[in-house]
Each structure stands twice: as structure tokens, then as C-alpha cells.
Design a binder for this molecule. Sequence first.
Ligand SMILES: NC(=O)c1ccc[n+]([C@@H]2O[C@H](COP(=O)([O-])OP(=O)(O)OC[C@H]3O[C@@H](n4cnc5c(N)ncnc54)[C@H](O)[C@@H]3O)[C@@H](O)[C@H]2O)c1
Length: 321
Amino acid sequence: MEDAKILVTGANGQIGTVLTKALKATYGDTHVIATDIRPATQGMWKTHILDVTQRSALEEVVHREKVGYIFHLAALLSATAEQKPQQAWEVNMSGWTNVLEVAHAQGVRRVFFPSSIAVFGPHTHRQLAPQFGPLTPTTIYGVTKVAGELLGQYYWHKYGLDVRSLRYPGIVGYQSLPGGGTTDYAIDIFYKALQGQPYTCFLNPDTRLPMMYMDDAIRATIELMKAPVSKIRVRIGYNIAAMSFTPAQLAEAIRTYIPDLQVTYRPDFRQEIAASWPEQIDDTHARNDWEWQSHFDLDAMTQDMITHLKDNAMALSQSQQ
Ligand SMILES: NC(=O)c1ccc[n+]([C@@H]2O[C@H](COP(=O)([O-])OP(=O)(O)OC[C@H]3O[C@@H](n4cnc5c(N)ncnc54)[C@H](O)[C@@H]3O)[C@@H](O)[C@H]2O)c1
């Protein structure tokens, strides 16, 4: 990706913050254009303010900067989308259509679309969701992700636009805060645990979902986008897996380090969303096609989260002294 500039939409979100940092570290600060509708926290980088629903603004920056690669992260996430379904359709679908149209018209080389385990629904095999199977989501978020995957595949077949996609599980990381998803509990709980406070979980204790540590998710994204075109044999979202756990299992893993952690369970509307998703997904195609492999399981993730969040808290308290 050194041969042309990289543009990231939604660069200041949970995943965008970490992905943009990694891309800038590899390809150089000015080679990677961070765009979002809000500025970066703590002035991490200069953000080009860009609303993806405004096609002409997107067109202008892609043309001016001769962008060759787009990572399109801007979206409303599952829980937020369920509360604002029309806006979710507008941002997730019009935004994506604009990216595809501009990319096709401007000769962009490669485009990344982040899909989700939310593409699955009640007709999917809950114990192990296959790569190719029924996609009947019951959430508006899932509907936009299924339509988004198919639209990307359509641009590949019709125009040869090199669109690549991953179905992310719930992503857990210490580097950024989550943005309105159904698996956000798995980050919130670490903050409460480290503050010595009890945590009230919005999912039931036995809600088992596919999850992934941020480091694995970023590596998967970059590896997919760097893979030779001949290796990409799936043009809808690739299933990628790392681990599956329940809130109760995560709480138990955290108690290895913070034995006093108290968790109560008060499921809200997000429980219904979670219940429509599979417990585990089969990522054989990603493993076979471009050698995907996860590195973090529940114990490794928990240890790394605690170490980094403790360091961050220490750095923060020292900077305030
Ligand atoms: N975080 C997860 O667990 C997860 C799981 C599966 C899929 N995904 C997908 O990955 C992508 C990134 O997710 P995230 O967790 O970083 O989300 P996030 O909500 O943290 O970040 C999304 C960013 O998009 C920006 N945005 C919203 N509307 C916009 C618009 N109209 N124009 C431009 N920017 C806009 C927001 O300001 C925000 O910074 C999304 O497409 C999401 O659906 C995330």
C-alpha cells in the first residue's frame, strides 16, 4: 500500500483509532488520511472532517489526494442503529454506496468493508456459523451489513473493483473506547474492575458470543488488504474467529487478577440482539485462503488488557500530579 495514499473513514472510532495508528506507523503520517465527522481524541492526528453520506466531499478528497486504498469504517453500530434505524440505513448504506461509486469512478485500487457477525440471524447454525449459509439478520445493523457485503461483491464482479471484507466478532481493546455495540460490555467491565467498582452487565451471564482482541483484528485487516488478489476467493465478508466467551466466563478470567470483582446482570434490549447471533463462527476459508490465524485467547487477552489499562491509569495519574 506504499504506492498510493490510504484513506480511512470513521478513523476516530474504536477500531479506526488503532488501525489508523498502525497504518501511519507503517506507511508514514501524511500517507494515511484520517477522516471522520468528529476530531481525534487528544489531538492524536489532524482529522479531515468528512461525512460519508456527502458523496461530492468524498470525491473531492479522493481525487485531490490520488487515494489508492480506502478503509471504510464509518457506520452506526448495532445498539445505536437499533435506536435510530433510518439514520443507520443512511450512514451505513448511502455511505458505503458513495465509497463504492467514488472508488470505481476514481480508479481506487482496493477497498475494505468491515462486516460483522451481525449478518447472521436465527436461521444460522448457532454453534458454528458457516462461511456460506443463510443470512437472515433481525437487526437493521445486520441488514445493512448483509446488503453491504453483497454490494461490495457486486462491484467486484461487475467492475473489477477489489473490495475485501471481514466479519468482525465483538472487538475488545484497551486503546480506544467502544462506540455503541452489543459486545461493549466486554470492555466496560475491565474499567469498572480496575476502578474497584461493581459492574452491571447488560447481557445475561450465559450469553456466549464470538469475540476478538483488537491486536488480532487490526492484523487481520492489514493482512487481508495486503494479500495477493489471487488469494481472495471470498468476496462477501470472510468469517474470522479467535475465541468465544460469556460475560460470566470473562468476569471469572478478570478475577484471576482482581478477585473482588462483583458483577450483577440486568439484561436490556441488547440481550435480544445478542441472542440472534451465533456463539461461534467457522473461519476455515480465511485460514485456507490467506493464512489467517488468531493469536489471543481469553486468558491472553485478559492479561494484556489488565496490564495496559493499569499502565494507562498510572500514566494518567502521573501526568495529573
Ligand atoms: N467494534 C466492533 O466490535 C465491531 C464489530 C463488528 C463490526 N464492526 C464494524 O467496524 C467498523 C468500525 O467500528 P468501530 O467499533 O470503530 O465503530 P465506532 O462507532 O467506534 O466508530 C465509527 C466512527 O464512524 C464515525 N461516523 C459516524 N457517522 C459518520 C459519517 N456519516 N461519516 C463519517 N464518519 C462517521 C463516528 O464518528 C466514529 O468515529 C464499523 O463499520 C462497524 O460496523 C465493529
